[in-house]
Design a protein around this ligand. Structure first.
Ligand code: ATP
Ligand code: MG
Length: 566
C-alpha cells in the first residue's frame, strides 16, 4: 500500500514569484514548487517533495548498478589528506578542495571524488585474481568549492554523486567493465526520461572510447557540443575534426605584394580591401615550450587555444607578448605571413589546405600579399584542427551543417588504467602465482544534477512536469473546496493508495480552487484528479499534466485507470 500525502500537513510553501537570484528554469521552479531551499551559495536543503524525487533518481541508479553486478558501499566523505597527497591531487585540486583540520591539527578534506580511497579499500580486501573483477559504487555527498556555484542544484558545492570504480586484472577486463557501465548509464538515463547524447570526452586526435560524457541537451547547460541534425553524430566542440578538401590553384596568378597602410587586424584589412575576412589568412603567434610558432587559420575563424593546447600537450602553449618581438625583425606584428617565415614552425588549420589561395601579411609593416598559395608559396609544417567550431561547419560523418547546442554533463565514464594502482601499488596474485597490477575505471553520475537536468528538460510554462518514475507521486488529487468534494477526494485517495498508487491530495481548507490548480501544475505530478462540480454524482475529472487532456470518470474507473498505468 502506497502512502497518501496530505497537502494540509505536507511541509510545503509554493511561491508565485521567481527567487530574485534565480536565472535558470530548474532553479526557479524547484524553489517555487517547494522542492529545495538554498542554505548557502551552492548548498541546498531538500524538502519533502525534493527528497522524494532525489530518492527516485537514486533508486533507478541503484537498480541498474546492481544489475551489472555493482556492489554498493558507503565510504566516508571526511577524508585524511595523505592518500590525496600520494596521488598529487591534494595540490592539483587547489581551491576546489574543501580543507579542514581536526582538534589535533591534522589535515583533512571533504571528498570531491574517491579514486584514492576505493583503491586503498580494494588493496585491503582483495589479494588474488579470484577476487576480481569487482565493481564498487556509492551514492554519496561530494564537496567541491566550485568557483561559480550556479543554476540551483545543477552546480552545487555540496551535491549527490553516484561514483563507481571497476577493478580488473586485464585490459580486456577493463574494457568489459567500461562496456557494462556504458550500457547501465544508457538504461538509467532512458528510465529517468532524460534526453541525452554520448560524446567522446577526449579530442579527436587522441580518439578511442577511453572516456565518454553523457550530455543532456538544455539551454541552461554549461557545456557546448555539436549535434548533427541529419545523422547521429554528436561530439564535444573540442573533439570535432574538419575533413579538408584541397583547393585548385592552377589558375591563380603569382603572389604579389600590396600596400595596405594601417591594417594590422583582419577587420581593418578586410575593410581596406573590400574583401570578406574569409579570403584572408590570419597568423597567430604563440609560444610552445618557449619557442615561437605561427598558427594559420582563415581570417573569419577563431583559434581555440584549448584545442591547440590539447594537440600539443604536454608542451605548454602561451600567447606572445611585446617582448617576444624584440630582436626578431622577421616577425612584423600585424603583418605576419607564412611565406618567408623561415625560422618559424608553421601550424595550420586543415582549411588551409594545399592549393588554397590567400591574402596574408607580407612580413613588412603596412604591406600584405595576395594570391599566396599553400604548397606553392608556403609550406605547412603540420595541419591541426584548431579553430573554434561554428554552427554550419560540416559534419565529419555526413557533411550536413552541424548545430552547436548547450548541454548539462550528467555522467562521465572513464578508463583510468593503472594510474592509481601504480600510486598505491595495487597488485593481486595472478593465475601464474606472480603479482599482477590492477587496472581501473571510474564512472560518475550527478544524481542531484540529474534532478535539475530533468526539471530543465521537462518543465513547461506552468511549472514542473515530471516523468512518472521520478515524480514525487503518481497522481495529485485536488478537492475543489466543499466538504463533499473533500470527502470524495480523500476517499478516492485511500482507494488509490490501497491499489499501490502514490497520491498527493490537496485537502487544504480555505484555499481557493484556483490556487490549488495552479499549485498542482507547478508541482508537476503527471496526473491531476479533481473532485469538483460533479462530486455529488461521484464523478471526478482526470487531467494529464503534460497534454492537458481531460476526461470524466467514476471513482472505480479512476482507480482502475491509474492502477493500470503500472
Ligand atoms: P563539470 O565539468 O560540470 O564540473 P566534472 O567534469 O567536474 O563536471 P566529474 O568529476 O566527472 O565532473 O563528476 C562526475 C559527475 O558529477 C558529473 O558528470 C556531473 O554530473 C556531476 N557533478 C560534477 N560536479 C558537480 C557539481 N558541482 N554539482 C552537481 N553535480 C556535479
Ligand atoms: Mg567540475
Amino acid at each position: 500500500m502506497a502512502q497518501v500525502q496530505r497537502m494540509s500537513r505536507l511541509m510545503i510553501k509554493t511561491l508565485r514569484d521567481d527567487p530574485a537570484d534565480a536565472e535558470t528554469l530548474n532553479h526557479k521552479l524547484l524553489v517555487r514548487a517547494g522542492y529545495v531551499r538554498r542554505t548557502a551559495a551552492g548548498i541546498w536543503s531538500w524538502l519533502p517533495l525534493g527528497k522524494k524525487v532525489l530518492e527516485n533518481v537514486s533508486r533507478v541508479v541503484r537498480e541498474e548498478m546492481d544489475a551489472i553486478g555493482g556492489q554498493e558501499v558507503l565510504l566516508p566523505a571526511l577524508l585524511p589528506k595523505e592518500p590525496y597527497e600520494a596521488s598529487g591531487r591534494y595540490d592539483e585540486y587547489g581551491d576546489l578542495l574543501f580543507r579542514l583540520q581536526d582538534r589535533k591539527g591534522s589535515d583533512y578534506l571533504l571528498g570531491p571524488t574517491h579514486e584514492e580511497i576505493f583503491t586503498q579499500v580494494v588493496k585491503d580486501m582483495c589479494s588474488s585474481y579470484k577476487d576480481l573483477p569487482v565493481i564498487l559504487y556509492q551514492i554519496q555527498t561530494k564537496y567541491r568549492d566550485e568557483a561559480r556555484p550556479r543554476a540551483g542544484v545543477l552546480r552545487g558545492r555540496e551535491f549527490q554523486m553516484k561514483d563507481s570504480y571497476s577493478f580488473d586484472t586485464t585490459d580486456e577486463g577493463l574494457a568489459e567493465s567500461y562496456r557494462l557501465h556504458r550500457g547501465a548509464y544508457i538504461r538509467i538515463f532512458e528510465r529517468l526520461g532524460l534526453d541525452h547524447r554520448i560524446v567522446s570526452a577526449v579530442s579527436g586526435a587522441m580518439g578511442g572510447s577511453a572516456s565518454e560524457e553523457f550530455l543532456a541537451p538544455a539551454p541552461a547547460g554549461e557545456d557546448t557540443f555539436v549535434d548533427c541534425p541529419n545523422c547521429d553524430y554528436a561530439a564535444n566542440t573540442e573533439a570535432v575534426t574538419f575533413v579538408a578538401t584541397p583547393g585548385d590553384a592552377s589558375g591563380v596568378a603569382p603572389a604579389e605584394e600590396m600596400d595596405t597602410p594601417d591594417t594590422p587586424t583582419i577587420e581593418t584589412l578586410a575593410d581596406f580591401l573590400g574583401v570578406p575576412a574569409s579570403a584572408t589568412l590570419k597568423n597567430l603567434l604563440v609560444k610552445v615550450d618557449g619557442e615561437i610558432v605561427a598558427v594559420g587559420v582563415p581570417g573569419d575563424r577563431e583559434v581555440d587555444l584549448g584545442k591547440l593546447g590539447e594537440h600539443l600537450a604536454p608542451a605548454e602553449v602561451e600567447l606572445v607578448t611585446a617582448e617576444d618581438f624584440v630582436g626578431r625583425p622577421d616577425l612584423v606584428r600585424g603583418y605576419v605571413g607564412p611565406q618567408g617565415l623561415e625560422k618559424v614552425r608553421y601550424i595550420a588549420d586543415p582549411r588551409v589546405a594545399a592549393g588554397t589561395s590567400w591574402i596574408t601579411g607580407a612580413n613588412k609593416e603596412g604591406v600584405h600579399a595576395r594570391n599566396v598559395v599553400c604548397g606553392r608559396d608556403f609550406e605547412v609544417d603540420e595541419h591541426l584542427d584548431v579553430v573554434v567550431v561554428e554552427a554550419g561547419d560540416p559534419c565529419p560523418r555526413c557533411g550536413t551543417g552541424l548545430q552547436v547546442d548547450r548541454a548539462i554533463e550528467i555522467g562521465h565514464i572513464f578508463q583510468l588504467g593503472r594510474k592509481y594502482a601504480d600510486i598505491f601499488a595495487l597488485d593481486v596474485l595472478g593465475q601464474q602465482g606472480k603479482p599482477v597490477r590492477v587496472t581501473m575505471g571510474s564512472y560518475g553520475i550527478g544524481v542531484s544534477r540529474a534532478v535539475a537536468a530533468l526539471a530543465e528538460q521537462t518543465a513547461d510554462d506552468k511549472g514542473l512536469c515530471w516523468p512518472r518514475e521520478i515524480a514525487p507521486a503518481d497522481v495529485h488529487v485536488v478537492a475543489a473546496g466543499k466538504a463533499l468534494q473533500t470527502e470524495l477526494a480523500l476517499g478516492v485517495s485511500e482507494k488509490l493508495a490501497a491499489a499501490g498508487v502514490r497520491v498527493i491530495v490537496d485537502d487544504r481548507a480555505g484555499v481557493s480552487p484556483g490556487v490549488k490548480f495552479t499549485d498542482a501544475e507547478l508541482i508537476g505530478v503527471p496526473k491531476i484528479l479533481v473532485a469538483g462540480r460533479r462530486s455529488a454524482e461521484g464523478v471526478l475529472e482526470l487531467k494529464d499534466r503534460r497534454t492537458g487532456e481531460r476526461e470524466e470518470l467514476t471513482v472505480e474507473d479512476a482507480v482502475a485507470r491509474l492502477t493500470a498505468q503500472g
